[in-house]
Structures are given as C-alpha cells and as structure tokens.
Design a binder for this molecule. Structure first.
Ligand code: SF4
Length: 336
C-alpha cells in the first residue's frame, strides 16, 4: 500500500482556538487562533519540517495533529491498514492507535520522570501496547537502548545520571518502543549543544531509514530543518504561508516571511545568497491578528491590497505553495 508519496497522515482545515477570559470578572472572552485552517500531509518515510518564530502555533499544530490536544475543528486521517478519522474516534479507539503516533519533546529533562529508571521509562509504552513476558520486555528495552546508542548495562540508572544528549536518546528510545509510524519532533534538538545536535539529527535520520518513520519536525532553526526535511512548511500566526520541497523553499523562497527567515541564517544554501532582510517588530498577537495578510505589518513589500484582502495558499510550480498577493497566477483549486 505504501508508495513513495503515500500520505500516512492527511490534515484538512485544522483549527485550534483557545478561549481567553479577560477583564476583572473574567467575563470578556477573546479567541486565540493558535492554528487556523491548516492543510498538510505527511508522507510515509519522509520528513516535513515546520518552521516559524516562537508563538506562531507550531507546537500547537504538532500536538493537535496527534490529538494530544483536542482540535477545535477540521479532520485528521491516519492511513494504515485502513483510513482512520482521528477526530471521530472515542478515547478508547484513539488509545489503540496512539502507539503509531509518538512525540519527542524539546526538553529531555522535564519529559523524563526523574523517579523512574531508564528501564521503567522505556518499558512503559511496551507494557501498554504489547502482552510480552518480563524477559522479552527487558530484551526489547536493551535492544532499543543499543539502537539509540546507549549502553544497555545502564538499564537501572536514573535520568539524572545521563547527559542532555543521552537523555534525548532515552526519549527517542521511549518513542520507538511502541513501533510508531509517525513521530512529531517538537524542537527535539533545540536544547542541545551544537555537536550533540548533529549526533541526534544523524540518529533520527538512521532510525527513519531503518523503520520507515514519518516525521513532523518542528523547529525554529532553519539549518537543522534543512538537514532533516524532505519538505518544509512555513507557519505565521497559525497559518501555513509557504510549503514545498526543501530545495525549492530554501533556494527559491516565494513568501516574504520565508525570505526574511532565510536571510537571518548565517550560511547560504547551495550557494544561493539570500538578501539581508531585517524583520520589523515582533510577531503579532494571535488574539488580535492583523486584517488581510497577517504579515502586512512587517512585510517590506506590503501594498494596499495586503491590508484588506486575505491570502490563500496557492500552487506556483512543482508542488510549491505560497499565500501572498505578490504572486498573481496562483492555482487555488488544488489541495496538496
Ligand atoms: Fe507581504 Fe502582501 Fe505578500 Fe503579505 S500578501 S507577504 S503583506 S506582499
């Protein structure tokens, strides 16, 4: 069933709004639009990088994707032996599919329980999903430790006995323990030293090839995303403003926001020089999103139309989509 571009996860019109209570009596409600009408697909065995500034909604999208938090509306289809509509499943049905969808978090210190041994941490998802005998669980845990580059003799140590990079390896082993198909990596290497980052990125690549894993790799660091991703989606104030193959997006960015993000990366991509663009101001508040194109308050190319007319993702070429009024001939009919 799985071919080269087989979408293992299809997300359509996904929204996640939070109601914020304001005022002295907390009676005034506002809506924070963290994720606003997002359409993406994750292809089997491939990585979609998700980039954008802090506060743009990347992590909320990652968690909503797996229904780790409840989306406000939209659909998520998981394609395995059959098509599962995640938003229509009850808690028990969702729990039975959880093993196929895991997360790796940014901070390995807070994502590992300091009172549990490494053996307990890694065996927890195995016990929850498989009826295995004690020695088989132990062997599986040891095997996972070796796969992620840890010494399996350290089975009964506690997380504090390991370095930051080793703790992230433990987090990866725990994510692998239930034999997942999809892993959401939420800033998974951001808290690590640069040299350790490279080791963890290589490890993620190795296990992706070995187990045909599909990643949604969330990061604010474009250099890291470039290393790992087959495609890249750029997010601004809850919306995807550009998505395409990594090479197309990095060499030929279509959205002024992507252009600005790339111009802030010290190194050039494939000898393509990006002109220096200094972004004005901070990302706007998701409660009070600017009218028209939400980026118009910071965009160096903004025109009158940008203040008044919303933008929609449209196809330019080669599965490269952008939402910007600068591109006149966008094909808005197709969803990727
Ligand atoms: Fe800039 Fe206008 Fe394009 Fe928005 S639509 S990114 S404001 S040029």
């Amino acid at each position: 069933m799985e071919s080269k571009d087989f979408p293992v996860l299809e997300i359509r019109n996904l929204k996640k709004y939070f109601e914020i209570q304001k005022g002295f009596f907390k009676k005034k409600n506002s809506l924070l639009r963290a994720v606003d009408d997002v359409n993406i697909e994750l292809y089997s065995g491939k990585t979609l990088g998700l980039v954008g500034e802090s506060g743009c909604g990347k992590s909320t999208l990652g968690k909503s994707t797996l229904r780790a938090i409840e989306p406000t509306s939209g659909s998520i289809h998981l394609n395995l032996d059959k098509k599962y509509s995640l938003c229509d499943l009850n808690k028990d049905e969702l729990r039975s599919l959880r093993k196929y969808m895991q997360m790796i978090f940014q901070d390995p210190n807070s994502s590992l329980d300091p009172r549990m041994t490494i053996s307990d941490i890694i065996s927890e998802p195995i016990k929850a999903n498989y009826a295995l005998k004690k020695h088989d669980i132990k062997n599986k845990v040891k095997n996972l430790m070796e796969i992620v580059g840890l010494n399996s003799n350290q089975l009964y140590r506690y997380p504090h006995a390991f370095s930051g990079g080793q703790r992230q390896r433990i987090g990866i082993a725990r994510a692998l323990a239930s034999d997942p198909k999809i892993i959401v990596c939420d800033e998974a290497v951001s808290a690590l030293d640069v040299s350790v980052q490279a080791q963890i990125i290589n490890l993620l690549k190795e296990i992706q090839e070995k187990y045909n894993l599909t990643y949604l790799f969330i990061s604010h660091d474009l250099s890291v995303v470039e290393h790992l991703s087959d495609r890249v989606a750029v997010m601004y104030l809850g919306k995807i403003v550009e998505i395409g193959n990594t090479e197309d997006v990095f060499c030929n960015p279509k959205h002024p926001y992507t252009e600005a993000l790339l111009s802030a990366v010290p190194k050039d991509y494939k000898n393509k020089k990006h002109k220096k663009i200094i972004l004005k101001g901070e990302i706007a508040n998701s409660i009070n999103i600017p009218s028209g194109c939400a980026f118009h308050t910071r965009c160096i190319y903004a025109k009158e139309v940008c203040k008044n007319e919303s933008t929609y993702l449209g196809l330019t070429e080669n599965k490269h989509y952008v939402a910007c009024h600068l591109h006149k001939d966008l094909n808005l009919s197709g969803i990727f």
